[in-house]
Write a protein that binds this ligand. Structure first.
Ligand code: SF4
Ligand code: SF4
Length: 96
């Protein structure tokens, strides 16, 4: 099931707890440890490093993801509510 980009799933996204994401120097530099690169409560997809499963966000522009580490998507309520079956959306692109 496709995931729609929005603030609620963004809040529930577990990517910020994930080593694949947190060990990326590129993502750390962009976000300084936060999910958003803006103070806005309605950030544009290009202003977040999260919810990569959504069609509007898709995969990260960073190429140094630690994809040998475990994806945390199966711990996420968005993953369960959309009956997603896969993970690593940050590198593979959005759920279909
Ligand atoms: S399924 Fe994965 S990418 Fe999608 S919101 Fe949850 S943790 Fe983030
Ligand atoms: S999509 Fe999965 S592997 Fe990528 S940062 Fe989110 S939880 Fe980690």
């Amino acid at each position: 099931m496709q995931v729609e980009y929005g603030f609620e799933p963004l809040q529930n996204c577990q990517c910020s707890t994930c080593a694949v994401h947190n060990e990326s120097s590129c993502i750390i530099e962009k976000t300084q440890g936060l999910k958003f690169t803006t103070c806005s409560s309605t950030p544009e997809p290009e202003q977040v490093e999260a919810i990569y499963c959504s069609a509007q966000k898709g995969k990260s522009s960073c190429s140094d993801l630690a994809t040998d580490k475990a994806c945390m998507c199966p711990t996420c309520s968005v993953w369960w509510s959309h009956t997603l079956k896969t993970g690593y959306f940050c590198g593979n692109g959005p759920a279909s």
